[in-house]
Design a protein around this ligand. Structure first.
Ligand code: A2P
Length: 286
């Protein structure tokens, strides 16, 4: 990964498109004033990569914040995702258009399949993912999205999709934080030139009381949250921290002044399972 100095520095995807190395997460960010304030704060702190989804129900707020920010479109990077109820070719194309309109954008930078279809008769879920993926390929070829990828896909979901794909996924966004290091999926993605993004990089706040992380953070003079985000970056993943607090939004962008040593990276890798959401793509019921 190239040397990174700010949240705006970009990592190059396999198709040559650049993605800013830290994104602002918006899951559970309320639609309306609270969300708008958080987004204004994030943009003021330098974030240029905003991660939303149809299911977060806040695309309109993201669109509103970006419209008044006065930042040239090419300086921004916006991701959204197709929800599970809109899987399949036609439904995905329709869902994309609804998201694009809410976002008030001509194009979306990155469009993701939010969760794999993974249950039901063998062969059927793979076909559903292939049909959804074909819609993303169409959007990409038509220039309506500049990059395409998946979210919450394990290697056994990615493999059949990649077998049938004409354009391979460029990104996989997964739950990733200390205590959920996703080694197998990260290694698969590395081997296949798929950039990993980390959702809940702070374990939704659940990992911040861990004594090992607190002690390691103290040795660098950073906060525990900054340590978690830096660990993601040094493990070649793009963290997507979210916060509605001005101080914490800004704290989460300041992770470029220290390096975690290999030894400490490995101590963090070795943490027992901690702070996990419990959402397993193979069994989730949504
Ligand atoms: P808040 O919005 O009050 O800051 P994740 O991105 O892993 O899902 O974590 C998000 C949760 O962690 C939110 O509850 C957020 O609360 C909290 N959070 C975000 N940044 C920090 C930080 N720097 N320190 C402590 N808690 C944080």
């Amino acid at each position: 990964m190239a040397h990174l100095e700010s949240v705006q520095d970009r990592i190059t995807l396999r198709n040559g498109y650049g993605i800013p190395c830290v994104g602002f997460g918006t899951w559970k960010m309320p639609d309306g004033e609270v969300g708008l304030d958080a987004l204004h704060q994030a943009l003021a702190d330098g974030y240029r990569h905003i991660d939303t989804a149809a299911a977060y129900d806040n695309e309109a707020t993201v669109g509103k914040a970006l419209a008044v920010a006065g930042i040239p479109r090419e300086g921004l990077f916006v991701t959204t995702k197709v929800w599970n109820t809109d899987r399949g070719y036609d439904a995905t194309l329709k869902a994309f258009e609804e998201s694009r309109k809410k976002l008030h954008l001509d194009y979306v930078d990155l469009y993701l399949v939010h969760w794999p279809a993974a249950q039901g008769p063998e062969g059927q879920w793979q076909q559903t993912n292939a049909d959804t993926w074909r819609a993303l390929e169409t959007l990409y070829v038509d220039g309506k999205v500049h990059a395409i990828g998946v979210s919450n896909f394990k290697p056994h979901h990615l493999e059949p999709l990649m077998d049938k794909a004409e354009i391979l996924p460029m990104v996989n966004q997964i739950e990733l934080h200390p205590g959920c290091n996703q080694k197998a999926t990260r290694e698969f993605c590395d081997r296949n030139d798929i950039v990993v993004e980390a959702w809940s990089p702070l374990g939704s706040g659940r990992v911040l009381e861990n004594q090992l992380l607190i002690d390691i953070a103290a040795s660098y003079g950073c906060t525990t949250a900054q340590l978690c985000l830096r660990w993601c970056l040094q493990r070649r993943a793009i963290p997507l921290p979210k916060s509605t607090d001005a101080g914490r939004i800004s704290e989460n962008a300041r992770i470029f002044w220290f390096d975690i040593t290999d030894e400490d990276l490995q101590r963090i890798d070795g943490l027992d399972p901690l702070g996990q959401s419990g959402l397993d793509p193979d069994t989730v019921d949504f």
